[in-house]
Design a protein around this ligand. Sequence first.
Ligand code: FES
Length: 132
Amino acid sequence: MEKPHKGRRKLIKTLVLGMVSLPVLGKFLIPRTQRKKGIFRVKKTDIPGNGARVFGEKKIAVIQDGRNVYALNLTCTHLGCTVNTTPKGFACPCHGSEFTPRGDVVKGPADRSLEKLSVEEQADDILIMTTS
Ligand code: FES
């Protein structure tokens, strides 16, 4: 039979190990797109009239299609690599998924569109609500 103080030590070790491992487990259990939120501001004049501009450091593409402005999160919906721009839209270098310029899946293994980010136009700026 175990002595009472050994059982208590085991319990304390288990609790400490659990407290230490929770943040690490959370990193893997919480999807990337739900981690951080913020606002990214760009000047309207920085976006081509009928084209796109990629902000690589933010993993965001801001696209102006006529009078419509939208933004895409460039994180691949398969396993989270950053997609590259191509003449036909976007392509993932990791496993080959392809997306249209609007972010819709053309070729898997990704089975979901690129995330569309909320956009708000203000005077001379475009505010993009980021999730990562
Ligand atoms: S991470 Fe993009 S296709 Fe796998």
